[in-house]
Design a binder for this molecule. Structure first.
Ligand code: SAM
Length: 284
C-alpha cells in the first residue's frame, strides 16, 4: 500500500498541467501559477510550448520530454525531483498522458514516492463527449486507433456491441478511409458524431449515420482536428443458453480461474442466478 499526499511541503513533485486545445483563454489561473513557479517545465515540444507560454506570460526553464526520449529522460527528471525540484509537465495541447507522453514519468514518480499532482483542465475527448448528445456514462476512450484497416476492424466490432459511448481520435487525412471501414462493421442506423476544431473558430459537430458522414466528408475534405464518437448500442443483449454459459465458465477455468469464481463472474455478467448456474454446471 502507498499513501501519497499531494501538498507535503519542501518536497519535489510532478504537476500534470493541461493546456488549451485551441482557445488560449482555457488556461486556468492555477495552471498559469504553477507553470510560473515550477523549477522546470517538461514540455513535449519546447518550441510549440514556448509560443503558448509566451502568450500567457509564463517565462520559465523548459526541458524536453517526448515519446522518443521519455525512457531516458524520466530517470533524469526523477533525480531532479528527488533533489527537491518541482516539475510541471505539459504536452502540446490538452491533458498530458491522454494520447500524449507522461505515463512513464507518472509511473516512475509513484515508484520513487514522489507526489504526482494532477490539475483539471481541457482535453479534447471530454469536451467532445459533453456536447455529443450521447450518454456520457459509461464511455470508452480508445485514443488513436491502429492505422491498418484490418487492425481497426476489431475496435469497430467492439463499438458495434458496446452499451457505452465510444470515443477515438482521428487525423483528418485518414478520416474518410476510417469512415469507410466503419461502415462495413457498424449497424447502418448507428449515430456517430465528428467533433471538429473544438474551442476554435471553426468548431463544429457533424452528426449522422456512418454512411451520411462518409458521403459528407467525401465531398467536404476533412480539415483540422477531430474527435469521433459512436453512440451506445441499444440492442438488447442476447440471453445465452445454459450450454453457452457453461462453455464460458470452462473457458475461464482453462485460463486459470477457479470454478467458483468463474461461475460467479459468468452469472454476474449474464444476469443469471449464481446458484442455478452452479447446479447446471455440475449436472453437465
Ligand atoms: N492530450 C490531448 C487531449 O487531452 O485531448 C490529445 C493529444 S493527441 C496527440 C491530438 C489529437 O487530439 C488530435 O489529433 C485530435 O484528434 C484531438 N484533438 C486535439 N485538439 C482538438 C481540438 N481542438 N478539436 C478536436 N480534436 C482535437
Amino acid at each position: 500500500m502507498q499513501r501519497q499526499s499531494s501538498y507535503a511541503q519542501d518536497q519535489g513533485k510532478l504537476y500534470l498541467v493541461p493546456t488549451p486545445i485551441g482557445n488560449l483563454e482555457d488556461i486556468t489561473i492555477r495552471a498559469q501559477k504553477i507553470l510560473t513557479n515550477a523549477d522546470y517545465i517538461a514540455a513535449e515540444d519546447t518550441r510549440t510550448s514556448g509560443i503558448l507560454l509566451e502568450k500567457i506570460g509564463v517565462h520559465n526553464r523548459m526541458l524536453s520530454f517526448h515519446k522518443y526520449n521519455s525512457k531516458e529522460r524520466a530517470p533524469e527528471l526523477v533525480k531532479l525531483m528527488q533533489e527537491g525540484a518541482v516539475i510541471a509537465e505539459i504536452s502540446d495541447a490538452g491533458m498530458p498522458v491522454i494520447s500524449d507522453p507522461g505515463y512513464i514519468l507518472v509511473q516512475e514518480c509513484i515508484k520513487h514516492d514522489i507526489p504526482v499532482v494532477p490539475l483539471p483542465g481541457p482535453s479534447a475527448f471530454t469536451t467532445a463527449l459533453i456536447a455529443s448528445g450521447f450518454d456520457a456514462q459509461p464511455f470508452t476512450y480508445y485514443g488513436f486507433l491502429p492505422r491498418k484497416v484490418s487492425e481497426q476492424k476489431p475496435y469497430f466490432e467492439q463499438m458495434n456491441i458496446a452499451h457505452a459511448t465510444s470515443i477515438f481520435y482521428e487525423a483528418p487525412h485518414r478520416l474518410v478511409k476510417t469512415l469507410k471501414n466503419m461502415s462495413t462493421v457498424l449497424a447502418a442506423d448507428r449515430q456517430i458524431v465528428a467533433a471538429r476544431e473544438l474551442t476554435k473558430i471553426h468548431e463544429e459537430f457533424i452528426r449522422g449515420t456512418v454512411s451520411e458522414l462518409f458521403d459528407y466528408f467525401t465531398v467536404n475534405t476533412p480539415r483540422g482536428e477531430f474527435v469521433m464518437l459512436v453512440s451506445p448500442s441499444t440492442a438488447t443483449p442476447k440471453q445465452l443458453t445454459w450450454p453457452e454459459l457453461i462453455k464460458l465458465v470452462d473457458e475461464l477455468v482453462a485460463k486459470g480461474e477457479t470454478k467458483k469464481s468463474a461461475i460467479k463472474e459468468v452469472a454476474k455478467n449474464n444476469n443469471v442466478s449464481k446458484n442455478e448456474l452452479y447446479d447446471q454446471y455440475h449436472q453437465k
